[in-house]
Write a protein that binds this ligand. Structure first.
Ligand code: TYM
Length: 344
């Protein structure tokens, strides 16, 4: 039996990278899941507050992110969809695991190093607090708690989460070594084919919710015109023709990838896309990318506007999801608590 778990931060409307790198894979897993498999997807608001968030904004994002999960086709009857802070077991498990978490290892995490360099240099991208706090440092321990407390066997993510999941596996193994075999399950990471969608303005950086320039990302709620406009202004280069070479032509290669991964099987590989666009101008490449992206995410946008208008339904789904998530997380949490001697 598979237990599929993954999470996304409710820190804005998800973008094309979130969709191709994660959300669409969640949907595919749902469509291919066996009757016994569990599908658990969390809006990780506890992770979101490891940097400063405006409370009003956070409330809005929690709602919008849930509407997006429904809009991409996740079925609340089939999946457990919930906000992380509604299920205290995550934080309780995190504290238990913290004993196992080496501060040296945490300090070497790429995301910690990136974020703290930005915070310290003052390149902070949102209303971040000027100095990184304890929770940002402990972020990967909470992420490990997320997957371990639900007994996840498989975790679908983009490439940037691979290191965090390796850390989760090591925590599980180390906990089991101290307290007993089989208490925690080291999960398998599932990396999507579109594992790293790059920024449209700086194709050497990944597309991200927190980058300053909104033209760097395509949001799942962007209109057809906005998608066209952002892709039209995407940074490419002055080499003639379309080729695929991410190291030398990151901008062009990112657009080739975008076409491939939104083509719905029309193309089997980057080479297929390049062959089709041989000799095409940058403008034609961008137009083709805009069409392809619109075809893939247009239907998500339409659905989103229906779901976001129905607040009552969103609340019901969140309440029901939280209840089911509590039940599921309770099993492993109890087991871990007993193993460490809390059951006197
Ligand atoms: P987050 O919210 O940054 O991103 C959500 C998912 O989107 C993927 N992703 C991308 N994939 C390809 N290209 C990109 N440019 C891109 N940007 C984001 C991410 O890899 C992720 O799968 N720490 C996690 C949230 C989390 C989590 C978990 C994930 C918390 N607990 C437990 C899995 C399991 C995060 O910040 O994702």
């Amino acid at each position: 039996r598979k237990v599929i778990f993954s999470g996304i931060q409710p820190t804005g409307v998800p973008h094309l990278g979130n969709y191709l790198g994660a959300l669409r894979e969640w949907f595919r897993l749902q469509q291919n899941a066996g009757a016994d498999d569990a599908l658990i997807f969390s809006l990780v608001d506890q992770h979101a507050i490891t940097v400063h968030q405006d409370p009003k904004q956070l409330r809005q994002w929690k709602k919008e992110s849930l509407a997006i999960l429904l809009a991409i086709g996740l079925d609340p009857k089939r999946c457990i969809l919930f906000h992380q802070s509604d299920v205290p077991a995550h934080v309780e498990m995190m504290w238990i695991l913290s004993r196992q978490a080496s501060t040296g290892y945490l300090g070497r995490m790429t995301q910690w190093k990136d974020k703290t360099t930005n915070l310290i240099r003052g390149n902070s991208t949102s209303a971040d607090t000027p100095k990184p706090g304890l929770s940002l440092f402990a972020y990967p321990v909470l992420q490990a708690a997320d997957v371990l407390v639900h007994g996840a066997t498989h975790v679908p993510v983009g490439e940037d989460q691979v290191q965090h999941l390796e850390f989760s596996r090591e925590l599980a193994t180390s906990f089991n070594h101290s307290y007993g075999k089989g208490i925690l399950t080291p999960p398998t990471t599932l990396i999507s084919p579109a594992k790293r969608v790059m920024s449209l303005v700086n194709p050497n950086a990944k597309m991200s919710k927190s980058a300053v320039n909104p033209k760097s990302r395509i949001l799942l709620t962007d209109s057809t015109e906005a998608i066209g406009m952002k892709l039209k202004s995407a940074l490419t280069d002055s080499v003639e023709g379309v080729t695929y070479d991410p190291a030398v032509r990151p901008g062009v290669s990112n657009l080739v990838d975008a076409i491939l991964y939104t083509s719905d099987g029309e193309y089997g590989s980057q080479e297929d896309v390049v062959r089709d666009l041989q000799g095409a101008s940058m403008r034609a490449l961008k137009e083709k990318a805009a069409e392809s992206v619109e075809r893939a995410i247009g239907p998500v946008r339409e659905q989103y506007f229906e779901f976001i208008a129905d607040e009552r339904m969103l609340r019901e789904i969140a309440t029901d999801g939280a209840e089911r998530a509590k039940q599921n997380a309770g099993v492993v949490l109890k087991r871990a608590q007993r193993a460490i001697g809390f059951d006197w």
